[in-house]
Design a protein around this ligand. Structure first.
Ligand code: GLN
Ligand code: ZN
Length: 776
């Protein structure tokens, strides 16, 4: 393939649209208020606008520098439908021509009354979630959807050459799971040789449609996998020898974002792929022999961070490029990952402090950075980027010196910490003190924190934030809501109550808005999955708490009842995971700053008479590094920050935590390390599988495996809940068990929630009555 790779590119562009156009188009189609033709025309425009924007920013129109990274829902699903990798329960969705239509595509993503959708799970160490293909021995690969192909044609019609993208075959199979009913030990990767001919055929079609380059994404190669390394290397070698052997194909770019390729680099380098992208921002610099061995293969150096929003340090990036250029015969410049993880444009945030704004690079600014750096490799006169480098360095220096970035009082407090600030007295002593203080029955019942957010609650909050509602009015309305939620829980018979979190839109943004060192955006939406977006806060400075945050609400709620009301805080790791976090100091240090602010909040809650405090850490597992060797260090600092936040509590104060997943495997020790008195976890969907792990680990503290799946509107009946509780008791002593839903109730409606909670409380009472052992 003679076609040269462009000197500058990005690996992917945000697809939700600058004003969430995709979200709106999808949701109106799903709601039946727009037609398939309308959806197609809105999204076509969105794609073309994106290409035009990138061309204007300088990527050029006919260079294949523009990736066609758009997806209607998810890029893994796109690849699954392209190759007909669809589980048996969806087989009837094929039309007479053996194709999967638009509606079939959405059924896979969202399910219907008859079928469970594909499972959704986290995409590497990001906040994005992809759909997990299900593959078995019988999966019949066919070319079943031509959307990717049509996008090449659609762009060509307006005179643009774009670079189609697909998940590469090895990553595709590694991300898939064995379909239900597969024989034990079946590994989807064993189907590689059946899948490759379809990839080859499809590459042929792309070439015919005019694609000069195709991007095959292989990020799974940067993560440690269960497959033995030799087997993985053999698969990579086979796949890319096979795909490059075809004569009628576009040139092949393989991308390996989110970390180092490690020992698979020479394996890929030895195949005839035309370009190889390496994440050299997050990953390590490769060995020079491996680079020399690339020969004619262009090295596409991902030097500009695609996953965070800070302006690049051009000195460091230029140094990396110079080092690589010394060994790699052909070099291009790119982002480290797709820009799907960052918002579109800093210019859309005029309300941000100009100083803070000057430190930021969203997607469009990153394109400019890549273009600037490409002048180092495209034969431009040396010295042509010196000015840009000097400017970037001046901004970085100003940022380092800005007030708020480095606050002596915060740093002094961190420096003065001693090991005793990270631990409480023994669990036995605490449990005794809490028993006296709280007087809870066996199998105490509670919820995870939020109650359904009615339209009223949302609009009250929105009016207040827009300045259309006076503070006293707002407080009065929120108190009314809290009063209602407390009365409801009293009525249902809960043992530990919550205030319901009506004042919070997003559990991280709420704290970001109330802590120093953070800012929030207005249009900074990032896709989480499908049509769902989040707006991560920006953690840019040293963190401190100007005043108590949650105390007034919790204190009011507690004044309404004799039962204990749980204070409700978001933990340091989750606050970091769901924000854009400063990268100029170790994450552990930033986490400890957040932890100290929370520690003060814990002590103010105690002073206000709160006896139970929950610190949510649903994202603890999310930040777990992809390479096993890096995990220990992460778990050490993340667990420490939780302990720092909570260990100031008196022995009689019961500390709860909540985790949003049930795969405990890798981190059960860390969860034990949190040393919370009570841990609630997701479990209903997996029918309590997690209790086996708890038993095996000898988990000795309080635990509430969720018995009601709040991710669906379905109401579990009393028997079903009672059975789940009984099942848990067979593995974990009853005196340790709590009865609670899986997660917060924020997204549920009231009707189903009240019914479900009533069944939950009644089931707990019934099982309690059945246990003849009196509480000892
Ligand atoms: N306390 C939070 C709530 O109930 C927890 C949410 C979460 O785990 N994501 O909404
Ligand atoms: Zn949860």
């Amino acid at each position: 393939m003679s076609c040269e790779f462009p000197a500058a590119t990005i690996i992917g562009y945000p697809r939700i649209g600058p004003r969430r156009e995709l979200k709106k188009a999808l949701e109106s189609y799903w709601a039946g208020t727009s037609t398939a033709a309308e959806l197609e025309s809105t999204t076509r425009q969105l794609r073309l606008d994106g290409y035009t924007r990138l061309a204007e920013l300088g990527l050029g129109e006919n260079t294949s520098a523009i990736p066609a990274s758009f997806s209607l829902y998810d890029q893994v699903l796109d690849t699954a439908v392209t190759f007909g990798a669809v589980p048996a329960r969806f087989q009837d969705l094929y039309d007479d021509d053996g194709q999967l239509s638009l509606d079939a595509y959405f059924t896979l993503a969202r399910g219907d009354s008859l079928r469970q959708p594909l499972e959704m799970t986290k995409w590497f160490d990001t906040n994005y979630h992809y759909l997990v293909p299900e593959i078995d021995q019988a999966t019949e690969f066919t070319l079943a959807n031509d959307s990717t192909l049509r996008r090449v044609i659609e762009a060509a019609e307006v005179g643009l050459t774009i670079r189609p993208t697909l998940i590469g075959p090895v990553t595709f199979l590694l991300l898939s799971k064995a379909a239900a009913g597969s024989p034990a030990g079946f590994n989807p990767l064993s189907r590689l040789d059946d899948l490759l001919p379809l990839y080859a055929q499809f590459l042929g079609q792309l070439a015919t449609a005019g694609a000069q380059w195709v991007q095959l994404e292989e990020p799974a190669l940067v993560a440690d996998q269960a497959v033995p390394e030799e087997e993985l290397a053999a698969a990579v070698d086979r796949a890319y020898r096979f795909l490059t052997a075809a004569t009628a194909r576009p040139a092949v770019l393989v991308t390996t974002q989110y970390g180092s390729l490690g020992r698979l680099l020479p394996v890929l380098g030895a195949t005839a792929i035309d370009a190889l992208h390496l994440d050299v921002f997050k990953g390590e610099l490769p060995d020079s022999e491996d680079l020399v061995a690339l020969g004619d293969t262009t090295l596409v150096a991902g030097v500009v961070d695609g996953h965070n929003i800070w302006k690049a340090d051009l000195v460091v990036a230029a140094g990396t490029l110079t080092a690589l250029g010394g060994s790699a015969p052909r070099l291009s410049v790119a982002t480290s990952t797709s820009l799907q993880h960052v918002p579109h444009d800093v210019e859309d945030e005029p309300q941000l402090d100009p100083e803070l704004r000057s430190w930021l690079a969203f997607a469009d600014q990153k394109v400019a950075e890549v273009l600037t750096l490409s002048r180092l490799v495209d034969g431009s006169p040396s010295g042509s980027i010196d000015e840009a480098i000097a400017e970037a360095s001046a901004i970085l220096a100003a940022r380092a010196a800005a007030s708020g970035v480095n606050r002596p009082e915060v740093r002094e407090r961190l420096r003065a910490l001693t090991p005793s600030d990270f631990g409480r007295i023994s669990y036995q002593e605490r449990a005794a003190a809490q028993k006296t203080a709280l007087q809870l029955p066996l199998l105490p019942t509670t919820t995870i924190g939020s109650f359904p957010q009615t339209a009223d609650v949302r609009s009250t909050r929105a009016r207040f934030h827009r300045g259309n509602l006076a503070a006293e009015q707002y407080t009065r309305l929120m108190r009314e809501e809290i009063k209602r939620v407390i009365a409801l829980q009293e009525d249902l018979g809960f043992d530990v109550l919550v205030h319901g979190e009506p004042e919070r839109n997003d559990m991280v943004q709420y704290f970001a808005e109330n802590l120093d060192g953070f800012d929030v955006t207005v249009n900074g939406w990032v896709q989480s999955y499908g049509s769902r977006c989040t707006r991560p806060s920006i953690l840019w400075g040293d963190v401190s708490r100007p005043q108590p945050i949650t105390v007034q609400w919790s204190k009011y709620a507690q004044s309404l009842t004799e039962k204990p009301v749980k204070g409700m805080l978001t933990g340091p790791v989750t606050i970091l995971a769901w924000s854009f976090v400063r990268e100029d100091q170790p994450l552990g240090e930033t986490a400890n700053q957040v932890a100290l602010a929370l520690r003060d909040e814990v002590s103010d809650l105690e002073r206000a008479g709160i006896r139970v405090i929950q610190v949510d850490e649903p994202a603890l597992r999310e930040l777990l590094p992809l390479r096993n060797g890096l995990q220990r260090d992460y778990l050490t600092w993340s667990v420490s920050s939780f302990r720092l936040a909570t260990s100031g509590a008196a022995p009689s104060t019961q500390i709860h935590t909540h985790l949003c997943y049930s795969e405990f495997g890798a981190i059960i020790e860390a969860i034990d390390g949190l040393d919370a008195d009570v841990t609630s976890i997701e479990a209903a969907r997996s029918r309590m599988e997690v209790v086996h792990d708890l038993q095996e680990q000898g988990f000795a503290r309080g635990v509430g495996p969720g018995v009601y799946d709040i991710h669906s509107p379905r109401v579990p009946d009393e028997n079903e809940v009672a059975e789940l509780v009984q099942k848990a008791i067979r593995h974990v002593p009853a005196r340790q068990l709590w009865v609670n839903p899986d997660c917060g109730l924020k997204t549920r409606g009231y009707t189903e929630t009240v019914e479900s909670l009533r069944n939950l409380v009644n089931a707990a009472a019934r099982v309690r009555a059945d246990l003849d052992t009196p509480v000892s």
